[in-house]
Ligand binder design. Structure first.
Ligand code: PGA
Length: 264
């Protein structure tokens, strides 16, 4: 089954509006030489305060705005109400987002997000017509203790709880070993592929064979232009969630170009 690759840039808490504008323009310009079917699905996740800036470029780029999708880095599961500091799915849709990253290890670690919260967010995102990018991954201690698969299976089962087969099929998962994030230590491609194939089996078990074959599962953790070809050559890796290397147009565009070399 052929799954369209996704290259997603997670800008994290970086870039002021002018910087976000320049970077987004650099990516948008690169995509002009290609048709949408030639390109992977490109997703950019800026900070909330730059959503409007990138959405305005997307709307005015003259190419129909169909080549670069916008993601938020987090959301709340309620539509509105007394939740100071939070942003709802409906608000993010209104701001031009079609994807929302949830359960990133930095949110789990520093903001105490639980599997249960991530499941509520996934449900709200899908109910709102957007696509969740559900992150999972193990710590170095868990890997060394040999509990990687068990830990990730638990995270995935919890995140997908109560979702319909159609909802699971259109969702995206990002496997991001925590020890590989921002460290320059990329997970070996074959090992990443093994874990991702395991995740796919968990999806088949909790949902259906069809949903497991359709869901796109990305690798994240120190992805660079030099690593992406080998990663994209693996059977089960459907793309990448890129942090550091997404902050420069040159390196992000090279990741897209190298993806197209392997998966045209
Ligand atoms: P990195 O970040 O590419 O800088 O390792 C990936 C991520 O956290 O999504």
């Amino acid at each position: 089954m052929s799954r369209k690759p996704i290259i997603a840039g997670n800008w994290k808490m970086n870039l002021l509006q002018d910087e976000a504008k320049a970077l987004f323009e650099g990516i948008e310009k690169f995509t002009r030489d290609f048709t949408a079917p030639q390109l992977p699905t490109i997703v950019i996740a800026p900070v909330f305060t730059s959503l409007n800036v990138v959405h305005t470029i997307k709307c005015n780029c003259g190419c129909g705005g169909d080549k670069v999708a916008i993601a938020a880095q987090n959301c709340h599961w309620e539509n509105s109400g007394a939740y100071t500091g939070e942003v709802s799915v409906e608000m993010l849709k209104d701001a031009g987002c079609s994807y929302i990253i949830i359960g990133h290890s930095e949110r789990r670690q520093y903001f105490s997000e639980t599997d249960e919260m991530i499941n509520k967010k996934a449900k709200a995102i899908l109910a709102g017509g957007l696509i969740p990018i559900i992150c999972c991954g193990e710590t170095l201690e868990q890997r060394e203790a040999g509990v990687t698969d068990q830990h990730i299976a638990t995270q995935i089962r919890a995140a997908l709880k109560g979702l319909s087969e159609e909802e699971v099929a259109k969702s995206v998962i990002a496997y991001e070993p925590i020890w590989a994030i921002g460290t320059g230590k990329t997970c070996d491609s074959k090992e990443a592929n093994r874990v991702i194939a395991m995740i796919r089996n968990v999806v088949k078990e909790v949902s259906s064979e069809k949903a497991g074959d359709a869901i796109r599962i990305l690798y994240g953790g120190s992805v660079k232009p030099a690593t992406i070809e080998e990663q994209m050559s693996q059977s089960d890796i459907d793309g990448a969630l890129v942090g550091g290397a997404s902050l420069k147009a040159d390196s992000f565009n090279e990741i897209i170009a190298n993806t197209m070399k392997v998966r045209a």
